[in-house]
Design a protein around this ligand. Structure first.
Ligand code: NAD
Length: 275
């Protein structure tokens, strides 16, 4: 499986397509991630919040895949903001994963009400320097949160992982990140199965033309917008389908038709409110 790599602003590379494990039950994580690794995924996106880091870790060990061939992301949860809490949080995540480093460590939400995302970011800079995370980034940060990091710290986040799908495609946010050299990761890339996204005629007609499923068309749309994407599924057949994206391409008309679905329909909460 030849999955494209994206070069981050710190020089590290990330597989553009991965596998997400939000809402994968802890007792199912090992089986589901093992299947994903067998299907060819090498990039796994987890978080302390998901409660399944240990299962992800067992699947990694059992796979026998050399560590350097894998790209593992986890995230610092909202009640772990603050310098010492961040150090404790990465230690605990690494222990659950059974790893001595992750490839990418993210602040899950900015939680402005706690007023600690700058301090937490400085802790992530130290975590990177200590070798516990090769790259560091953020998630659900809006431009003004990012600006606070630019103003106060030395490191521009390597990625911003944000809700992004055709019904909430965030062109301004994408431009802002591109201007600052921040790679964008799309969470909820399939709209989490909501809003009947995969039944939209703009998508089903393109799918029919290419002999692909609507999910494959949407994932291809993300890839062709240079987004990093890691769809989630507990279903083996769908996991195989979601990685089978490299034998077709959307035309500029196809892309424009899907871009036209944008209507600012958010699944998640407001990053200024959550926490
Ligand atoms: P998603 O858009 O990947 O949707 C997953 C759902 O889509 C599945 O449960 C299934 O119902 C459907 N689906 C998957 N493959 C399909 C197929 N081939 N055909 C038809 N339907 C299919 O949503 P997600 O899981 O929320 O997002 C992906 C990943 O992003 C997560 O697993 C997690 O790693 C990450 N995430 C991060 C945040 C954050 O705040 N940083 C929030 C949510 C998710």
């Amino acid at each position: 499986m030849n999955i494209p790599q994206i070069t981050l602003n710190d020089g590290n590379t990330i597989p553009q397509l991965g596998f997400g494990v939000y809402k994968v039950a802890p007792d199912e994580a090992e089986r589901i991630v093992s299947d994903a690794l067998e299907a060819g995924y090498r990039h796994i996106d987890t978080a302390r919040l998901y409660g399944n880091e240990a299962g992800v870790g067992r699947a990694i060990v059992n796979s026998g895949i050399p560590r350097e061939e894998l790209f593992i992301t986890t995230k610092l949860w909202n009640d772990d903001h603050g310098r010492q809490s961040a150090f404790d949080a990465i230690d605990a995540s690494l222990e659950r994963l059974g790893l001595d480093r992750v490839d990418l460590y993210l602040i899950h939400w900015p939680v402005p009400a706690r007023g600690k995302y700058v301090e937490t970011w400085e802790a992530l800079e130290e975590i990177k320097a200590a070798g516990q995370a090769d790259s560091i980034g953020v998630s659900n940060f809006l431009p003004h949160h990012l600006q606070d990091l630019f103003d106060a710290t030395e490191t521009v986040p390597a990625v911003n992982q944000i809700e992004l799908h055709p019904k909430h495609s965030r062109p301004q946010m994408r431009s802002f990140c591109a201007e600052h050299g921040i790679a964008v990761e799309s969470w909820g890339p399939l709209g989490q199965g909501k809003y009947a996204l995969l039944e939209e005629s703009a998508i089903t007609s393109v799918a029919q033309q290419h002999g692909k499923s609507p999910a494959q068309v949407v994932l291809r749309w993300h890839l062709q917008h240079d987004l990093i994407v890691f769809p989630k599924t507990a279903n083996r057949e769908r996991a195989r389908q979601n990685i089978d994206l490299f034998d077709f391409a959307l035309s500029s008309d196809d892309m424009a038709a899907i871009d036209g679905l944008e209507e600012g329909l958010r699944i998640g909460g407001d990053p200024d409110e959550i926490g």
